[in-house]
Design a protein. Sequence first.
Length: 74
Amino acid sequence: MGTRVRGPAMTALQLRDALFTEWCAARAEANLAYDAWCFQPGEEAYVVYRAAEDRADAAEEALARASMDFALVA
């Protein structure tokens, strides 16, 4: 096994910013999937939309937790 190199830890603000970026991307993907489902309805399009929406919800929850943690430290 190789040696694991650790860099500096992210600050709470950097983590919150990274999670915000992840949430923005997930939300955009969900919006596009919703538009695609509306344009061409069907079971497969709906499943793709719901999966994207679930990812956006999970990203939003992670962002909310990090934001609360950041507010406690700030």
